[in-house]
Unconditional design. Structure first.
Length: 240
């Protein structure tokens, strides 16, 4: 079974991606930094689908911690076939009220996390010559910007730029690099107070489901997607 590291896979979109990939015959390697019990629950689901249910625990915003964990994993297992960069945080505020820590935490997690996770993995993937897959989760906020999310929009736009540049570097190796940019998805990050107002901006008049994002990731991970790279696929119900 092809191993795929899925960061932030203990809940929400990450959990849906891990389960979807396991159903498709991959062996998702789970990741968490908190909520170990939630990660263990996902691991049991993955095991029931034929995967190993392995869990990595490290903070993607901590470069040395991420490198140590991933170097150790590669030494024991070899290069992964794929990586799904899903883990991230949001910490919203109007820009005049945005605190330094809110900016730093979001950038260090959502943008620096791209580097911190992929740097230890890309060369092993190249050397393995397995024509693998890298998929980064961006956001509609990274595509068009969003009020109250200057920090989050900056980080997610940066992920798109980084992924497109990396796609060029890895194209000759047969490794594809793409982004999936979800719109408003039914997860814990939705603020119920503004739900009705947000729905008015969505032509489909509903929020997306984590499984609908996972299905796009599954396609990009597949053999059929071997000629799809450097793309941003939005899953947003027609918002933009």
């Amino acid at each position: 079974m092809k191993k795929v590291i899925v960061t932030g896979s203990s809940r929400g979109i990450g959990r849906a991606i891990a389960i979807c990939l396991a159903k498709a015959g991959y062996d998702p390697v789970l990741h968490c930094v908190r909520r170990p019990e939630a990660a263990k629950a996902v691991a049991e689901e993955v095991k029931s689908l034929g995967g190993t249910g392995e869990i990595l625990k490290f903070d993607i915003s901590d470069r040395e911690e991420a490198k140590a964990a991933l170097d150790s994993w590669v030494e024991a297992n070899g290069a992964p076939y794929g990586v799904v960069l899903n883990a991230g945080i949001a910490d919203d505020n109007a820009f005049p009220a945005l605190e330094d820590d809110q900016w730093d935490r979001v950038i260090r997690t959502d943008l620096d996390g791209f580097y911190n996770v992929l740097k230890p993995l890309v060369m092993p993937m190249v050397q393995a010559r397995n024509r693998g897959r890298i998929i980064a989760l961006s956001s509609i906020s990274g595509v068009v910007g969003n009020r109250g999310q200057v920090n989050y929009s900056a980080a997610k736009a940066g992920v798109i730029g980084a992924a497109k540049a990396l796609a060029i570097e890895l194209a000759r190796r047969g490794i594809t690099v793409n982004c999936v940019a979800p719109g408003v998805i039914e997860t814990e990050m939705i603020d119920g107070v503004f739900a009705d107002e947000v729905l008015k901006a969505i032509p489909m008049r509903r929020f997306g489901k984590p499984e609908e994002v996972a299905a796009v990731v599954r396609f990009l991970m597949s053999e059929e997607a071997a000629y799809v790279t450097r793309q941003v696929i939005q899953v947003n119900g027609g918002m933009f």
